[in-house]
Design a protein around this ligand. Sequence first.
Ligand code: ADP
Length: 468
Amino acid sequence: MQVKTRLFLFYLVIVAIIASGLIFYLTRYTEGIILNGGQPEALINQMRLVLICGIILTALVAVVIGNILVNRFVKPFSQLQLFARGIAKGDLSSRVSFIDYMELNHLGKTINSMASQLAESFALIREEKQKLELIISNLVDGILVIDEEQRVVLANPAIENMLGLNFKKAEGRPILEAVLNHHLLELIQEVSESKNPLESELTIYHPGLRQLEIFLAPLEDENQTSCGSIIVIHDVTQVRHLERVRQDFVANVSHELRTPITAIKAMAETLIRGAWQEKEMLLRYLRAIDQESDRLANMVDDLLTLAKLDSKIEVTKESFSLITLIEEVAERFLPVQDLTPKFEIYYSETELPAVYANRNQIKQVLINLLDNAFKYTPASGTVKLTVEFREKRIQVAICDTGIGIPEEDLGRIFERFYRVDKGRSRVMGGTGLGLSIVKHIVESYGSQLEVTSELHLGSCFAFNLPIK
Ligand code: ADP
């Protein structure tokens, strides 16, 4: 029953009690006479007036007393009730004000402290939830949770990217509709049925070819009742690619080393079998052995350089004049009339700022690039080295008018052991490692090794170096 209804009844009862008391009193005695129908009318009228006034007065007294009682007892109760309703609805910010009634005041204080504790606990839970959400949404690994009915419960952005799934659209929907990968669906089915964790690897083609490592495990609540499954996906595309590159590299190294070794061994055997007796043959074979040994030594040197670069050992840097270094290197490529291409060197300024780098590394870059330019340019062509100071860096370009590089090979020439024309490179004593070394070094100075080339017209390799 509503408080107001109860109050109304309460007033009625009080008025009725007092009114009946008055009626009883007035109808019994007036100056010691019992009232009855035989009394004079004036007296009866006077008594009626007294009776009406009495009832009105009683009603007023009842209202005043009632209001005092309501303010004292009922109002605090409705205040508490309102407050409790607020808590139930989640409003934990308001507090019960001081109640001028001991027990109720205690109750109010207890409810206030309960609300504060609840607010603190909720804030803590909210904070933990936010932390968890932050961690899950920033995980590199994809996480997908499904319930017992195989409906999507949770999916983080990583898995959205991996599986091309939109969690907002997928939430609550059967996994069969949200994930289109047949193999993954089979794995999920298997885990739901067997209730055993599972591990597998998956290749997907969306949006590009990717290798995914998948861990699936059943989920159980505190009563050990199965409540779904969790799927964790780790993108191992890069790892697998590096593994393949390493395997290919080992295979390539073995192959590349074996070629000169086999040649040296074959020639040595031929000589031992008697060829050494023919002077001309002996000289020819010894020269070939010498050449193959050089190739072998070059390859081992290049491999060691690459290994050093890979290990990212800090090299000592110094400020030095690039012009002086270029002049030193250029001596190796002194043109021989009609036998080698023309060599032109151009500096944008006579005084260039000193380069800040490891001198030996830059020397190797220049030698490798010039060596290629001279190797792949006919004697009638030109090799041009340009040095400019631009954008606070020294820009270097080595261009030739040589055989050029086919467009389809341009993206691969920096790979280890990649050669456009294997036979030609070998004949020229190339190892197929020169450009990967150059790229590695140039990138360690915050530059890119840029290449432009046109078949039969020539190639240009450009990079830049820092100054101090
Ligand atoms: P290599 O020892 O075979 O020269 P590099 O790594 O230096 O190995 O070069 C890789 C390949 O790139 C070469 O085999 C060659 O086919 C091509 N190449 C490099 N520089 C030039 C160039 N200036 N002109 C034409 N082809 C080039």
